[in-house]
Design a binder for this molecule. Structure first.
Ligand code: HEM
Ligand code: HEM
Length: 207
């Protein structure tokens, strides 16, 4: 790798965002079963981080902006087809495939956290707990019909199961995207003979 001409690419907030997201996502993913309190905290952290990243995508530094890495589908296709050539085109910020992956990750994380808030709300906690006051009064009146506490064991109603399925789907879909994302980082690092993981730590890339 040529270390002769490193230039700043990822600003400090993008780097803090990225590695905090890795930690919070991992904690949320691993704690869903036994440690619900920790799970919810990690989930809120993920939601906070991606909300920040959307704002930063408009007002952040040059390479952090969406306008810098949202490409047309024809450019993404051209980039992917060009990968097998001898000299694939190099980008200083996100390449077209990386750019669309950032958007996919943010959207999938958003769907995961919002559906998590819904599960939590149906369980009677969090900001979505009293979603629709009338619905909540009616469902309380009929609570005995569809939700029971048996020997301290919480029995799930249909709405809770529905949101849990959605939440679980998006959590696993995000995990799939993360695996493709990491594979993309490895492949791209090899093709361009540069260390992208190091760049996400130091913020610098070779021009
Ligand atoms: C990226 C962040 C998150 C990930 C990766 C994640 C992942 C998961 C997974 C895999 C499950 C198990 C689903 C199942 O087997 O039915 C789950 C359950 C759950 N999640 Fe999340 N979640 C996240 C964020 C959140 C947030 C923000 C909240 C609420 C504030 C939340 C609340 C819950 C609740 C209440 C359950 C059900 C636990 C139970 O009753 O068994 N999650 N989550
Ligand atoms: C240890 C595993 C991971 C490694 C090594 C890694 C590495 C990287 C690298 C090198 C980049 C910059 C890509 C480029 O140069 O264009 C990046 C960007 C990104 N990664 Fe990861 N990543 C990991 C896990 C994750 C996870 C778990 C998530 C989400 C749940 C994630 C979400 C993102 C996002 C959203 C960006 C865009 C950064 C920005 O512009 O703000 N990554 N990652």
């Amino acid at each position: 790798m040529n270390d002769k001409n490193p230039v700043p690419v990822w600003d400090i907030l993008v780097r803090i965002f990225h590695w905090s997201l890795v930690v919070a996502f991992t904690v949320a993913y691993l704690t869903e079963d036994e440690l619900e309190d920790l799970h919810v905290i990690a989930g809120y952290v993920v939601l906070g981080l991606i909300s920040f990243r959307v704002v930063w995508g408009f007002i952040g530094s040059k390479y952090a902006r969406f306008s810098n890495f949202i490409y047309s589908f024809s450019e993404i296709k051209a980039y992917l087809l060009n990968l097998t050539s001898d000299r694939p085109k190099h980008y200083l910020g996100h390449n077209p495939a990386g750019g669309i992956m950032v958007i996919a990750l943010l959207l999938s994380l958003f769907a995961t956290t919002i559906s998590g808030l819904k599960v939590y709300g149906v369980e009677g906690h969090g900001p979505l707990a009293n979603n629709g006051a009338v619905v909540s009064i009616i469902s309380k009146a009929f609570a005995d019909d569809d939700q029971h506490e048996h020997e301290g064991k919480h029995e799930k109603n249909k709405e809770e199961e529905f949101w849990e399925d959605i939440h679980e789907f998006f959590a696993n879909f995000t995990l799939l995207l993360v695996l493709i994302h990491i594979a993309g980082v490895v492949v791209s690092s090899r093709l361009h003979a540069e260390n992208l993981v190091k760049a996400m730590i130091t913020g610098k890339k070779n021009a």
